[in-house]
Design a protein around this ligand. Structure first.
Ligand code: ATP
Ligand code: MG
Length: 424
């Protein structure tokens, strides 16, 4: 991609209301654009990243035998009345009526819809086990939308739902999803932890959350060295209070407890998996014929905050100059920066030659061919955060070398042109 044909209008200043680094950098780097409180458009650069996250998730879900579907975002209220969740979800549910006065909600999650599909589609134990998933926009009328797309009202989620004949099957489906989630978060390159969690409005018996470790995280996590890890929300009241007081004093040192010595960390919830049991299948009548009886199915549900992952990645990977994307989801594999190409034909020709070499080898390159100062080219490249910056200058051409800057440590090296493809 050439900068001259792309749309990349960076800003020097972050929006006044932005508190988190990821929010500031995403707006400055022209990735997202606010439309209303907690509602954002994804611009070309941002969408490239979001799509990469989506693809990693989709690939791994497919590898684990999950089947992709796409359910409607608009859901009839009558379905929510079957499970009694309209009241439980409360004001997060945004509802409206159609011209015939039928009531609908914008989907905040899809347990009801998938259960409705499955009570029509699954007839026999031979149809089981099954896990369906979708990657889709959700709407939750959050009390305090903030931090950019980290806590939006409209956001992209991957949600999956498993269906099994019995508890043993459900345990297996849950374990498989947990493994799949580890693959996904490893592939993205996160430093993350898995903790026991509160099931909240989704319900069920057992749930765990995946948290990206970052000081800006809204959740507090505690662990001992061996076998205990939990979201602070779940701890007994007095210990919880004790830890909250410590944190309020900015003290994150270990604490002794009946669970042993606990470390305290902040995390951003990027995934949440639940064993639901028969909470939805019972109230909505989802059963199949098995050994001459109708057997109520055992369900699990599994969410990933697809759009939140982009913000969480930036929280964990940035410096004073901008974003440092991991290879897995960086918008491009490298930036190509030509020095004074408008004054030097040699630089222009060499830059084009390298650009063509890279794209014919399927390496995604952002070639900054704009007529702007060198300072602007470098600061925009640092802001965008591609892993490498390849610099073409007269001096380097004379030496027959190419300069490469590693975005993470800013280390410069000079390599031969024949070594260039080996970087990727
Ligand atoms: P939170 O505690 O952050 O409000 P949640 O527990 O209500 O999230 P889940 O119902 O578990 O969310 O949804 C699955 C995933 O969707 C979460 O793990 C999170 O990554 C993402 N998510 C939830 N709410 C939002 C939001 N308002 N904006 C962006 N992503 C969200
Ligand atoms: Mg959750």
């Amino acid at each position: 991609m050439k900068a001259s044909s792309f749309h990349y209008k960076t800003l020097k200043e972050a929006p006044k209301d932005a508190e988190l680094v990821s929010h500031k950098l995403m707006v400055r780097a022209n990735m997202i654009k606010p439309l209303a409180s907690g509602i954002y458009s994804w611009l070309p650069l941002g969408l490239k990243i979001l799509n990469k996250v989506e693809e990693i998730i989709r690939k791994n879900m497919n590898e684990y035998g999950c089947l992709e579907v796409l359910m409607p975002m608009v859901q009839p209220k009558s379905l929510w009345d079957e499970t009694g969740r309209s009241e439980m979800m409360g004001q997060e549910l945004l509802g409206f009526s159609d011209r015939n006065d039928r009531k609908f909600y914008l989907g905040p999650t899809h347990e009801e819809v998938i259960t409705d599909i499955c009570r029509q589609e699954l007839q026999s134990h031979k149809d089981l086990p099954k896990t369906f998933y979708q990657i889709q926009t959700k709407f939750r009328d959050e009390i305090r939308p903030r931090f950019g797309i980290m806590r939006g009202r409209e956001f992209l989620m991957k949600d999956a739902y498993s269906f099994d004949i019995d508890e043993n099957g459900m345990n297996k489906s849950y374990a498989a999803m947990k493994e799949c989630y580890k693959k996904i978060f490893d592939e993205i390159g996160f430093d993350y932890k898995i903790v026991k969690a509160d099931s909240g409005a989704i319900g069920g018996n057992m749930s765990e959350e995946f948290h990206v470790l970052a000081n800006s995280g809204e959740d507090t996590l505690v662990f001992n060295e061996k076998d205990f890890s939990s979201n602070l929300e779940l701890l007994e009241e007095d210990l919880k209070k004790q830890i909250e007081d410590k944190i309020n004093n900015n003290d994150f040192s270990d604490i002794e407890s009946k669970h042993g010595k606990l470390s305290i960390m902040k995390g951003i919830e990027v995934g949440h998996i639940f064993e639901l049991g028969n909470k939805y299948s019972e109230s909505m009548g989802l059963s199949v014929q098995y050994n001459n009886v109708q057997k109520i199915l055992e369900m699990g549900c599994y969410g990933i905050g697809v759009s939140r992952i982009v913000a969480a990645t930036i929280e964990q990977n940035h410096d004073d100059h901008g974003i440092i994307f991991p290879r897995s989801i960086s918008p491009f594999d490298c930036s190509l920066i030509s020095i004074n190409e408008n004054k030097s034909n040699k630089v222009k020709e060499k830059s084009l030659e390298i650009y063509n070499l890279l794209i014919t080898n399927n390496i995604e390159v952002f070639y900054d061919d704009r007529d702007v100062s060198l300072g602007v080219k470098f600061s925009d490249a640092n802001l965008m955060g591609n892993p490498y910056q390849i610099v073409i200058s007269e001096g380097n051409i004379q030496e027959n070398l190419i300069e490469v800057i590693d975005r993470r440590d800013q280390l410069k090296s000079k390599i031969k042109e024949t070594e260039l493809l080996g970087l990727f």
